[in-house]
Design a protein around this ligand. Structure first.
Ligand SMILES: C[S@@+](CC[C@H](N)C(=O)[O-])C[C@H]1O[C@@H](n2cnc3c(N)ncnc32)[C@H](O)[C@@H]1O
Length: 268
C-alpha cells in the first residue's frame, strides 16, 4: 500500500510541476512516458468526430488539447492549476491555434462552470481522475463530466486501471521483476467498478486495448535491459508505439493493459 497523498498535497505537486518544463528525469511531468502519450493521443484523436465541440479535462500544458484542436470546431482545455492554464494558452498563441481556449476549472466542480463552458459533443480526460484521492470523489467527477456531454455525445478517457496493473505485475513477478507501484498522488480505478458506476450515464461503445505497448515497455524492455533500469525513451518503446495499432486486438496483451481508452456514448 502506497503512502497516498491528500488532495492538497496532490494540488501542490501539480503546482510545482507546472513551474518546470521537464522534471528531474528530463521528462514532461504531465506525460512522463512520451510513447505511451503518443498511443493514447492517437487512439483518442482518431475517435473525435471532425467538427465537434470538445472539452479536455485536466489538460495540463495543453499539448494534447492543441493536437485534438485539429479535428474540433472548438475545444476548451480546463485544468485546476492556473500556471498550466497560462502555459497552455501561451502555446496556443505561439502556434496560432484559434479554435481553442483554456480555463481554470476543477474536474469536481464542472457543473458550476457549465454556463461558461457549455455542453459539448466530446469530453476527454487523460490521467486526470486518478489525481483525486478517493473513489467517491472520482465518482462525483464522473457525474460532473457526464453533465457536460450532450446526449449522444462521447466521453473518451484513458485513466489508470487496477485490473491491468494487477495483470502486469503478475507477469513481472513471474520474470522476477519488482511490481510497478503507482505514484502516491495517483489512485487507479477498478474497471469493474467504473463500468458499474457509469452504466446509467454512458454506454460503453468500445475499449481500445493498449496492452501491447504496456507489455513491450513495462515487461519486455525491463527484461531486455536488466540489470540496467528501463527507460521511457528506449527504442523498444518507440517500436511498440509504432506497432500498437496493428497489435491492439490480441487478447494475449489485454491482461496487462492499465491505460486503455474507453469510448463512451452519453445516454439520454
Ligand atoms: C498527468 S497530467 C495529464 C495532463 C494532460 N491530460 C496530458 O495528457 O498531457 C494530470 C493533469 O490533471 C490536472 N488535474 C488534476 N486534478 C485535477 C482536478 N481536480 N481538476 C482539474 N485538473 C486536474 C493536473 O493539474 C494535471 O495537469
Amino acid at each position: 500500500m502506497t503512502d497516498r497523498k491528500s488532495l492538497d498535497e496532490i494540488r501542490e505537486f501539480w503546482t510545482r510541476a507546472a513551474a518546470v518544463e521537464t522534471d528531474d528525469d528530463g521528462l514532461r511531468p504531465v506525460a512522463r512516458d512520451p510513447f505511451l502519450q503518443q498511443v493514447v493521443e492517437e487512439a483518442i484523436e482518431s475517435r473525435i468526430p471532425v467538427g465537434s465541440t470538445v472539452l479536455d479535462i485536466g489538460c495540463g500544458d495543453g499539448r494534447s488539447t492543441l493536437r485534438f484542436a485539429r479535428r474540433a470546431a472548438a475545444i476548451t482545455g480546463v485544468d485546476y492549476i492556473p500556471a498550466f492554464v497560462e502555459k497552455a494558452a501561451a502555446a496556443a498563441r505561439a502556434e496560432g491555434v484559434g479554435n481553442v481556449r483554456f480555463l481554470q476549472a476543477d474536474a469536481t466542480a464542472l457543473t458550476d462552470r457549465k454556463a461558461q463552458i457549455g455542453a459539448v459533443d466530446v469530453a476527454v480526460s487523460i490521467r486526470c481522475l486518478i489525481n483525486l484521492d478517493s473513489w467517491d470523489r472520482q465518482k462525483a467527477a464522473l457525474r460532473q463530466i457526464a453533465d457536460m456531454v450532450k446526449p449522444g455525445g462521447l466521453y473518451l478517457l484513458s485513466e489508470g486501471w487496477d485490473e491491468g496493473m494487477e495483470g502486469l505485475n503478475a507477469l513481472r513477478s513471474r520474470a522476477g521483476l519488482p511490481p510497478i507501484v503507482p505514484v502516491p498522488y495517483n489512485l487507479t480505478i477498478s474497471r469493474k467498478l467504473f463500468e458499474k458506476e457509469i452504466a446509467g450515464l454512458f454506454a460503453v461503445e468500445e475499449y481500445v486495448n493498449l496492452g501491447f505497448y504496456i507489455m513491450m515497455s513495462r515487461f519486455v524492455q525491463p527484461c531486455a535491459v536488466y540489470p540496467e533500469p528501463p527507460r521511457h525513451d528506449h527504442a523498444i518503446n518507440a517500436l511498440a508505439a509504432a506497432l500498437q495499432r496493428e497489435c491492439r486486438d490480441s487478447p494475449l496483451f489485454g491482461s496487462a493493459d492499465y491505460a486503455g481508452v474507453y469510448v463512451l456514448r452519453r445516454l439520454g
